[in-house]
Write a protein that binds this ligand. Structure first.
Ligand SMILES: O=c1ccn([C@@H]2O[C@H](COP(=O)(O)OP(=O)(O)O[C@H]3O[C@H](CO)[C@@H](O)[C@H](O)[C@H]3O)[C@@H](O)[C@H]2O)c(=O)[nH]1
Ligand SMILES: [Mn+2]
Length: 684
């Protein structure tokens, strides 16, 4: 056999050299700033000494931060798969089996009607259905979710043929019907079926329980008693569709994918390790039932938006030369509900297009917890063995009955199963860190595996971005706290692997240059990554807000944890949205929600800058000595920018009276703190 063509290629981004030259100029500017700051510290007792020292510290910090972040821009690598080559080389029946994990944790925050849309779109991938097994992990242990999944399994018999026949995209029914209209009779009838199912599920959601009549429809409901709660129940596993069953076919007579409902045992006195625990339970259950060599991991709100993405991901794993070294293929997180200018900076344009690809320049991809394909061996804890063994095409020989499979799997998700094992340490996803995904990716890297970040033109997955500021901040708090936590833990990458500036002064040039060049470049990066100008501006604002609240509080949380004062938590991102909130979100009006501590922080900082800005202008206008006031100009400019960025905060403080504004305690608290800070400042 001749030399086979590769199934994917990797290219370094153009402009690499140009960027390096540009970055060097900024670096030079930063050095100048430092060189200026350090020798010019006012002596003890002189006015402004402490301000000078603290500004120097910040500049040192920002400079170092900039230098570190350059590492991810130094070598940006883009990968692209050749799907046609894969399909020429492998017949459908030679393709490997694939297990799909969908995680949900709470029927109120993650409505079952949303969850089953994700499930249905995974079932309808352009892939031989007998090779697909979909596992829903329900940490909510809720009969509502189980009910919805049963309904979805019925609906899939009509939905899969419809997808196949018209080759539609996307295959999440909700998203499809929201974006596509057709006069077709078949279109109307399937839409009607979907809407019937949805309204049945939603009425059960409203009632909060499944009626006696409905319970009779499936013996699985017998697992739920009035005593069952989210925190306290036995293991529940139901194989809703058995892919081996020749009668489990859709309307066109094609085999249906296997569909499994899993709720691992929960008991009040046993830690369950949140999503990481759920994933590890799924890894074990699926190894008992289908044991596919590859696994796709999705959050319940992330639906596949490209029915071919699975085959694309396989190109990386199946490449004859390099594929056997690859542990996972991560797609970026994108959202289908981002408004035009992305008020809360939810979409990570720069991160997706530049930074994650830059990390890929080092041969690894950050595992982001969703939209990621894994090799089963690497995620269960194996080290890379450098032999080019092909993954087996895998045919299911298991002769056990459904009941036997269920019994064998239930044991694997009991509370006590992991005791004394390496699960959560050496095996599966890592426990104890609230960004279990990032940490697990790191650990897999350290075992020698390579990984791929792939950001295709057509988005492969779309999720739901938070629509309220408090939810955004809680999410960022978890992320930043989690990242600090990694830094402090044994998984730390290093172990485990302006006051006297005249405008007239020459020294202001490096400041102005570093600031402008950096801002212009980031604007360019954003615009070319598909972001609007206003979107970029919103993202700057959210960066400011996130850093002064979510990141700070995340940091404090971790300190508390390190000192043994608290436990690791996982605050689930709220995905249920009221109409009121949705309206504001669509109009891009800030909806603050209810986190009063974080908001007091935001409001205080905004007020401080406003005071500073007004005070600065007053000095410039009233001071007859222009020379001394010209020294203030640069500070006033910076202050002014921060004031502009904070516009929605002032609006919420002073002008708004709808439901999306600040909680009422924020205004007096922040006024008090900001005024106190101003009084203190006059003392120095
Ligand atoms: O006890 C839990 C808590 C959460 N989840 C699931 O974990 C997923 C992510 O939770 P979400 O509240 O949506 O958090 P996000 O901030 O949106 O999640 C991002 O960040 C997390 C790490 O902080 C990753 O686990 C996620 O994959 C990633 O999308 C959801 O499907 C949840 O159902 C569980 O299964 N069990
Ligand atoms: Mn989420």
């Amino acid at each position: 056999m001749g030399e086979l063509l590769p199934l994917f290629e990797s290219k370094e981004a153009r402009l690499g050299l140009l960027y390096k030259v540009f970055a060097s100029t900024i670096f030079a500017a930063i050095c100048c700033i430092w060189v200026y700051r350090l020798p010019n510290i006012p002596g003890a007792g002189e006015q402004g000494r402490w301000a000078w020292i603290s500004i120097s510290m910040s500049e040192l910090g920002f400079g170092l931060y900039w230098i570190i972040t350059q590492s991810v821009r130094w070598r940006i690598v883009y990968h692209s798969p050749f799907m046609q080559r894969l399909l020429q080389r492998y017949d459908e029946d030679k393709l490997p089996a694939m297990d799909i994990f969908v995680c949900t944790a709470d029927p109120l925050l993650e409505p079952p009607s949303l969850v089953i849309n994700t499930v249905l779109s995974t079932m309808s991938y352009n892939y031989p259905p007998e090779k697909l097994s979909v596992y829903l992990s329900d940490d909510g242990g809720s009969e509502l979710t189980f009910y919805a999944l049963l309904k979805a399994s019925d609906f899939s018999k009509h939905w899969l043929p419809f997808c196949r026949r018209f080759n539609i995209e996307p295959r999440s029914p909700e998203a499809y019907f929201a974006g596509h209209h057709s006069g077709d009779e078949e279109w109307f009838s399937i839409k009607k079926l979907y809407e019937e199912m949805k309204s049945q599920i939603e009425s059960v959601e409203k009632m909060g329980k499944v009626s006696e009549d409905m319970r009779k429809q499936h013996k699985g409901f017998s697992e739920w008693s009035p005593k069952t709660t989210k925190q306290d129940h036995q293991s529940i596993i139901q194989i809703i569709i058995d892919g081996r069953d020749k009668n489990a076919v859709d309307d066109d007579g094609f085999q249906l994918p296997t569909l499994v409902y899993t709720a691992r045992e929960k008991r009040p006195n046993y830690p369950h390790h949140f999503k990481a625990g759920a994933m590890n339970a799924l890894i074990r259950v699926s190894s008992e039932i289908s044991n596919a060599p590859f696994i796709l991991n999705l959050d319940c709100d992330m639906y596949p938006n490209n029915a071919d993405a699975m085959k694309e991901a396989l190109c990386f794993f199946m490449d004859e030369n390099k594929g056997h070294k690859i542990s996972h293929v991560q797609f970026p997180q994108n959202f289908d509900n981002v408004t035009k200018n992305d008020l809360y900076g939810n979409s990570f344009h720069e991160i997706n297009k530049v930074e994650l690809a830059g990390i890929c320049g080092y041969g690894s991809a950050v595992y982001c917890g969703t939209g990621c394909f894994h090799r089963r061996e690497s995620i269960t804890g194996m080290h890379l063995k450098d032999d080019k063994q092909k993954p087996s095409s895998y045919s299911r020989e298991d002769k056990r009955s459904v009941e036997e499979l269920i019994d064998a799997s239930k044991v694997l998700v009991d509370c006590t199963y992991e005791q004394g094992t390496l699960w959560g340490k050496e095996m599966g996803l890592v426990y104890g860190v609230s960004v279990e995904d990032v940490c697990t990716g790191l650990v897999i890297d350290c075992r020698g595996w390579k990984s791929i970040y792939y950001n295709p033109e057509r988005k492969a997955f779309l999720g739901v971005a938070p629509t309220k500021l408090d939810v955004v901040l809680v999410q960022h708090k978890r992320w930043s706290g989690g990242t600090f936590q990694i830094f402090f833990s044994k998984y730390c990458p290093f172990i485990y692997g302006f006051r006297k500036i005249k405008l007239t002064s020459l020294w202001s040039i490096p400041f102005a240059y570093a600031f402008l060049a950096n801002a212009t470049y980031s604007l360019w990066e954003s615009l070319t990554s598909g972001c609007t100008f206003k979107g970029w501006w919103n993202f700057r604002r959210m960066t400011l807000i996130r850093r002064t609240t979510a990141h700070l509080f995340g940091f404090i949380d971790v300190l508390k944890k390190q000192l043994g004062l608290s436990e690791t938590k996982f605050d689930i991102t709220d995905k249920a949205v009221s109409e009121d909130t949705l309206k504001r979100y669509e109009e891009e009006v800030f909806d603050f929600g209810s986190s009063s501590t974080m908001f007091t922080m935001i409001a205080t900082l905004a007020l401080l800058n406003l005071f500073g800005f007004i005070w600065g202008w007053k000095r410039v206008i009233m001071d007859s000595d222009f020379n001394s006031s010209s020294q203030l100009i640069l500070q006033i400019v910076v202050c002014g920018m921060i004031v502009m960025v904070n516009k929605p905060v002032y609006e919420a403080l002073f002008f708004r009276n709808d439901n999306g504004q600040f909680p009422s305690s924020v205004m007096p608290k922040s006024m008090l703190v900001a005024s106190l800070a101003c009084c203190l400042a006059t003392l120095f």
